[in-house]
Ligand binder design. Structure first.
Ligand SMILES: [Fe+2]
Length: 177
């Protein structure tokens, strides 16, 4: 019995040490926390836009069905692949990555997908606004990452900005004559 208690004490001590491992990558604790918080908002925005785009892939109707069904698939696939590097950057900075509908709902700057599927061109308008909103979230974080010399985050933000601004342009073009 005494031996068991000694063993569990040892295990508890080991767990405490592991939970408190210091991170020393040259970015202050305060900056790591602030950048991780900004990345959590970017993750929530990206995940929300992913789900809306997949929803529209399923529910689009009308004469542009084939074009939009295929285009939305390419876009939701790209967004789905984007969430993993964002979440793993948060982990690399020593913070917990959010990953629930409740957390994403609280963090996201984008509205949830409409309950009833809109007309095809309204879907396009909603996605343009979504890509622009994600771009604003990424851009807002950039000066902080830059000032903290967090190059991996700055690089990730640059890549995401390029994609969101390009996708917004392509979708916007569908709305013009
Ligand atoms: Fe499909």
């Amino acid at each position: 019995m005494a031996k068991e208690s000694k063993t569990s004490k040892k295990a508890a001590a080991a767990a405490a040490v592991s939970a408190g491992v210091q991170i020393n990558i040259g970015i202050s604790d305060k900056d790591r926390a602030a950048i991780a918080q900004g990345l959590s908002r970017l993750l929530a925005d990206t995940y929300t836009l992913y789900l809306t785009t997949h929803n529209f892939h399923w529910n689009v109707t009308g004469p542009m069905f084939n074009t939009l069904h295929t285009m939305f698939m390419a876009q939701y696939t790209e967004l789905w692949n984007a969430v993993d590097p964002i979440a793993e950057r948060i982990r690399s900075l020593g913070h917990v990555a959010p990953g629930s509908y409740a957390a994403f709902g609280a963090l996201s700057s984008l509205p949830d997908a409409p309950a009833q599927p809109p007309k095809a061109l309204e879907m396009v308008r909603i996605l343009v606004a979504g890509h622009e909103a994600v771009a604003r979230t990424a851009r807002e974080l950039f000066p902080l990452a830059d000032a903290a010399s967090d190059e991996p985050t700055a690089d990730l933000l640059t890549q995401r900005l390029t994609i969101h601004e390009q996708t917004a342009w392509m979708l916007r073009s569908l709305l013009e004559d």
